[in-house]
Design a protein around this ligand. Structure first.
Ligand code: THU
Length: 124
């Protein structure tokens, strides 16, 4: 399943709409029910409106009625590894406090969890 998620994240990164940064990101999210939701980053000429790949995947899943996730793969099409931004960490933690997160680049992989990425996240 991990390999399937990695392939899905790499594939969706090709759809990244990144005319400003040229930085392709793809995310693949596995639900408890076994479905995969993918997302890419979508930029905007009003830069602050950009949506990250992770949040695109989560919003797609939630809008399809899925809120229970078991694994997330985030791929940056770069040699270097890039961690998810703070906003995405907070959004991920809304749904899963113990989600497995794999961060991958063209050269490396790092396995972590949302608990490690966002200790003491905001929760109501
Ligand atoms: N980006 C993501 O897609 N995910 C992150 O966690 C951090 C940043 C995107 C947003 C923007 O399109 C580009 O990377 C550069 O910031």
């Amino acid at each position: 399943m991990k390999q399937k998620l990695i392939e899905a994240a790499k594939k969706v990164a090709e759809n990244a709409y990144v005319p400003y940064s040229g930085f392709h990101v793809g995310a693949a999210l596995l639900t408890e029910s076994g479905k995969i939701f993918t997302g890419c980053n979508v930029e905007n000429s009003s830069y602050g409106l950009t949506n990250c790949a992770e949040r695109t995947a989560i919003f797609k899943a939630v809008s399809e009625g899925e809120t229970k996730f078991t694994e997330l793969v985030v791929f940056s099409k770069t040699d270097e590894l890039f961690y998810p931004c703070g906003a995405c960490r907070q959004v991920i933690s809304e749904f899963s406090s113990d989600l497995k997160v794999s961060i991958i680049s063209l050269k490396d992989t790092l396995e972590t969890t949302i608990a490690e990425l966002l200790p003491h996240g905001f929760k109501l």
